[in-house]
Design a protein around this ligand. Structure first.
Ligand code: SF4
Length: 378
């Protein structure tokens, strides 16, 4: 009997995960459930829709499939995901997924596979945790091009963020030679990282020698291509933005901007969410970036739990200061994410004057994002 075909449920929202896992799994791409083994990677924003799709496919019975979920949402809530799926891959999929697929195809005991959740005689069983993977052993992509993931894991554990919970607090890095090899396939070179300027470091203390070695190697490639570092889809922590760091970016990269995680203008909120930096670091990073002709693009979260009107006005002041200097701001509404300390917490209501000011800044084209249920300006 031929082995069960494997399908990744493709959507533009999960293309980076599929790009990373496709080289490890012989699978096709599907835009709807197909018979065989159906793989889904999902974040919280997609959970409801994905669960409904899987439930529909199961109830109609036209698709004979085993359903496997992975990604940040099922990893944090495996019991919930198992109400819809047969298996959950918890955390990193590089080693777990190929082993689970082999087990399913061979019909052997899935509880022997580390790093998964499944149901055994109706009860949820979570198997032994798997150690973090060595990124160099796995390609960042194959057929589907994606920005190169240079680092994984983050020591900061900000209370609203899933990164440290999903990938651990120990920062790991791809080696320069592997990054170089995959960069040859890109027309312009972009990266993903919890903090690009932490490349080569423990995530707390920069190792600019390692950042320079990386950028120098990429800039020295035979076929020269623009390099974008510390910009979308990655960002940098403000205290990593120093004169020396920016000199490296302006020397080797094509950036005209730099993406900074600011999150709040209130020292009390920054402290509460465990950012490990204050408001001054955000201001200094913006000023230094502008001095180096890089437009700071700063992310802020509005409505963090227990945020007072005073906190919100402090953030708004900082937003105004940044745009007055020529920077840009992207505002987000707080969304509780499973697996984080703020899961289950309500977003604080947004003060009317703050909401109105954000709306005015958006209309003037100086702010983008989505900071309340009714306002979204992309
Ligand atoms: S928000 Fe950034 S710095 Fe904080 S834990 Fe997440 S990735 Fe790390």
């Amino acid at each position: 009997m031929p082995p069960l075909p494997v399908w990744f449920r493709y959507s533009p929202k999960n293309s980076y995960s599929i790009a990373a896992l496709l080289p490890l799994v012989e699978a096709g791409l599907a835009r709807e459930p197909r018979s065989g083994i159906m793989l889904y990677s999902l974040a919280t924003a997609q959970a409801e829709e994905v669960y409904a799709e899987v439930d529909r496919a199961r109830s109609v019975g036209a698709v004979d499939a085993v359903y496997v979920a992975g990604g940040p949402h099922p990893s944090a809530l495996p019991e919930e995901a198992l109400e819809h799926f047969d298996f959950v891959v918890i955390g990193e999929g590089e080693e777990t997924l190929p082993e689970l697929l082999r087990t399913i195809r061979e019909g052997s005991n899935p509880s022997a596979v580390s790093g998964i959740a499944c149901k055994v005689e109706g009860l949820v069983r979570i198997t032994e945790k798997r150690p973090a993977v060595n990124l160099d052993l796995y390609p960042p992509f194959s057929n589907i091009l994606a920005p190169i993931e240079i680092s994984r894991g983050c020591p900061w554990g900000c209370t609203y963020c899933q990164t440290s919970r999903l990938f651990g607090t120990c920062m790991r890095h791809r080696s320069i030679s592997v990054i170089e090899r995959y960069a040859r396939r890109h027309k312009d070179i972009r990266f993903t990282s919890p903090n690009s300027l932490a490349y080569g470091s423990d995530g707390r203390k920069p190792r600019l020698d390692k950042v320079e070695a990386l950028l120098k190697a990429l800039a020295g490639q035979k076929k020269q291509k623009p390099i974008y570092f510390g910009t979308f889809p990655s960002e940098v922590r403000p205290e990593f933005v120093t004169q020396e760091a920016l000199e490296l970016i302006t020397k080797y990269c094509a950036n005209k901007s730099i993406s900074l995680g600011g999150q709040s203008g209130s020292p009390a909120v920054l402290h509460r969410i465990g950012r490990g930096h204050g408001r001054e670091e955000i201001e200094r990073a913006c000023e230094l970036s502008l001095d180096h002709s890089l437009v700071p693009q700063v992310d802020f979260i509005f409505g963090l739990p227990d945020e007072s009107v005073v906190d919100q006005r402090l953030t708004l002041d900082l937003v105004r200061w940044i745009v007055s200097k020529g920077g840009k701001v992207r505002a987000h509404r707080f969304t509780p994410l499973p697996g984080t300390p703020l899961w289950g917490r309500q977003a604080a209501p947004l003060a009317e004057d703050v909401q109105a000011s954000l709306g005015r800044l958006a209309l003037e084209g100086r702010l983008t994002g989505s900071w309340s249920r009714d306002h979204s300006h992309e």
